[in-house]
Write a protein that binds this ligand. Structure first.
Ligand code: WT7
Length: 613
């Protein structure tokens, strides 16, 4: 006889059977250790293919239900995709990938605009057991190359190009630049804009031709619960991005569970998450969470302010959106543009709102609540991370709304606030977690040691999120922001070290230090201190060159807002850059505390003068 599962395991096993279709239903819950060697496993004896839950069962039961109302940035480009059609697209694409030699366990990089084929591509990989790694379409060729190399992708799926705010993003040419000297053998190209693009015969394949030739039936590959589903790169404290690995069983259960617990979509709901599939929010709350529940969604290629600031609200009315999930940075941008853009729409179908990616300030919260939600929609301020797979905290009690608070952890999620010595504190500290949940990342691709060190190294026995948080007398949590060298610009996570590596790579730069500065619109802005070689002159032209260099090295979102040239950086005697001081200088503060332990305290005085503080 097997011992009965613990109450926590019984809870998760129950969620696993209620929400997911299994080929073999799991009998084992969680098995994990947050001490070295760190190991996290869920539902180990379960076998499944995630596309059965996300596609097949809805295609069978409700084939005509709409999966996506898609709209291109050009609003005449509209498409309605039913679950029946979704199944056809996914299976044909899966067969196309097989024909290109893609097999279970192979990595496929997806570098796409926000078009339905991006979703088909992810699900087609999942169907055949290939591991997808979506790289946000805003990343540069260099950043794409680094990620292709790290995961060892055999195939890249892309489009000729995409549009954002009226500008064309030349995706295929970035791919052409990124793949020399990588293991990539094939490139699948969706002709989205219909542009003339260079073509390498034998290597490049037209998506439309492949789909026509492919059979519409493809059996789902049986996967162990702990087989990888995807790798998603995110920024950490060093210059190299981290390939966060999520697995089939636990991730899907958690995406479905949080979708239901936080948003509770019904057949009559229309859900719209405005994220890009290049980020975890798009993975969990456009693809796996909502599709697992057979939800009808809006999928939009464009930005909220193009062609004008009414665009989102027109779409909310057009499709009767009932649940709307977006980021504070977008709310602040729209708030600045005033109420006029709201006058032409009613938004009366909305019943629930969501926020994610960064702390939402009370002013933006109230604007969102009053003007977008008409004062009647609760706001789910959802706190989570790429590494958590899905939402860990949200104000589930709709009668208890506190602006700026992600409020409470979901059931069986155990937050703890630890001080710098790893001791539990009552009201403020490092936000950590004492136990695992099914959606937790399992490792970093190819670097389990970095996984252990980054997330479990500081306080063995706890998952360390890297965020600080406060807890009030009612036990509600308010996130105070990152405590590490990661900055959050418009809800995008960037590593200061990665931006420094880009600057240091530029001609004439000796060293650099990048810090975040408060920014009313973006949450944080990027402030760079740069030390030049003695024979290089500081100039506006050089500032622009360095900014462009970061853009091509990483992406436009990583471009510094300010570059300050200086003769030296404040350092400890052991040579460590004192970012605490640089953050204060950048923010225009003048009280630096005790600087006598610096190796070069005189540098600080000069830096103050340069900024005119
Ligand atoms: C970091 C994770 C979660 C998907 C999008 C970002 C910040 C996220 C909130 C929130 C305050 C938040 C944290 C976190 N963050 N949601 N509701 N309130 N801060 O995923 O790129 O992995 O970034 O975003 O700092 O650590 P990510």
């Amino acid at each position: 006889m097997m011992p009965a599962p613990s109450p926590v395991d019984a809870y998760w096993l129950d969620r696993a059977t209620a929400l997911v279709d299994w080929i073999k239903v799991p009998t084992q819950g969680g098995a994990f250790s947050f001490h070295t060697p760190v190991s996290i496993r869920w539902f180990q004896d379960g076998i499944l293919n995630v596309t059965t839950t996300c596609v097949d069962r809805h295609a069978a039961a409700t084939p005509d239900r709409v999966a996506f109302f898609y709209e291109g940035e050009d609003e005449t480009q509209r498409q309605t995709i039913t679950y029946g059609q979704l199944q056809d697209h996914v299976c044909r694409f899966a067969n196309s990938l097989k024909a290109l030699g893609v097999a279970k366990g192979d990595r496929v990089v997806i570098y796409m605009p926000m078009i339905p084929q991006a979703v088909y591509a992810m699900l087609a990989c999942a169907r055949i057991g290939a591991v997808h790694s979506v790289v946000f379409g805003g990343f540069s060729a260099h950043a794409l190359h680094t990620r292709i190399m790290d995961c060892g992708a055999k195939v890249v799926i892309t489009a000729d190009g995409g549009t954002r705010g009226g500008k064309v993003i030349a995706l295929k040419s970035a791919v052409d630049e990124a793949i020399p000297e990588t293991p990539v053998q094939h490139v699948v190209v969706v002709r989205h804009l219909g542009q003339d693009i260079p073509w390498t015969a034998g290597r490049d394949h037209d998506y439309g031709d492949l789909q026509k030739a492919a059979a519409p039936i493809c059996d789902p590959e049986p996967m162990q619960a702990e087989d990888p589903l995807f790798i998603l790169y995110t920024s950490g404290s060093t210059g190299t991005p981290k390939g966060v690995v999520h697995t089939c069983g636990g991730y899907l259960v958690y995406a479905a569970h949080t979708m239901q617990t936080v948003f509770d979509p019904k057949a009559s709901d229309v859900f719209w998450c405005t994220a890009d599939v290049g980020w975890i929010t798009g993975h969990s709350y456009i693809v796996y969470g909502p599709l697992s529940m057979g939800t009808t969604q809006v999928l939009f290629e464009g930005v909220p302010t193009w062609p004008d600031a009414s665009r989102w609200w027109q779409m909310v009315d057009r499709y009767g959106v009932t649940i709307f999930y977006t980021a504070p940075t977008a709310i602040r941008t729209l708030m600045r543009l005033g109420l006029d853009p709201l006058n032409t729409t009613h938004r009366s179908t909305l019943r629930l709102l969501g926020s994610v990616g960064e702390p939402i300030d009370p002013e933006a919260w109230h604007w969102y609540h009053t003007h977008i939600g008409g004062g009647r929609c609760p706001i789910m301020d959802t706190w989570w991370q790429t590494e958590t797979g899905g939402i860990l905290m949200a104000p589930l009690d709709h009668t208890h709304q506190k602006p700026g608070f992600a409020a409470k952890a979901l059931p069986h999620i155990q937050p703890v606030l630890l001080d710098t010595h790893g001791q539990p504190t009552a009201d403020e500290g490092n936000l950590c977690f004492a136990t695992s949940w099914p959606g937790q990342a399992r490792t970093l691709h190819g670097d389990h040691a970095r996984f252990e060190k980054t997330y479990f190294g500081d306080f063995p026995g706890f998952y360390v999120s890297g965020d600080g948080a406060k807890r009030d007398e009612s036990g509600d949590y308010r996130i105070t922001g990152r405590v590490d060298d990661v900055i959050n610009v418009s809800g995008h996570r960037l590593s200061t070290a990665e931006i420094e590596a880009a600057l240091d790579d530029a001609h004439g730069v000796i060293e650099s230090a990048v810090v975040g500065v408060p920014d009313p619109l973006k949450g944080q802005g990027i402030y760079a201190f740069v030390v030049l070689a003695s024979d290089v002159m500081a100039s506006d032209a050089l500032t622009k060159d360095l900014m462009d260099h970061v853009r091509t090295y990483i992406s436009a979102i990583a471009k510094p807002d300010h570059i300050q040239f200086c003769d030296g950086l404040p350092k400890t005697r052991s040579g460590k850059i004192m970012r605490r001081i640089l953050r204060k200088i950048a923010a225009g503060e003048s009280d630096f505390g005790d600087i006598s332990t610096l190796a070069n305290p005189e540098v600080v005085a000069v830096l103050r003068r340069t900024t005119g503080v």
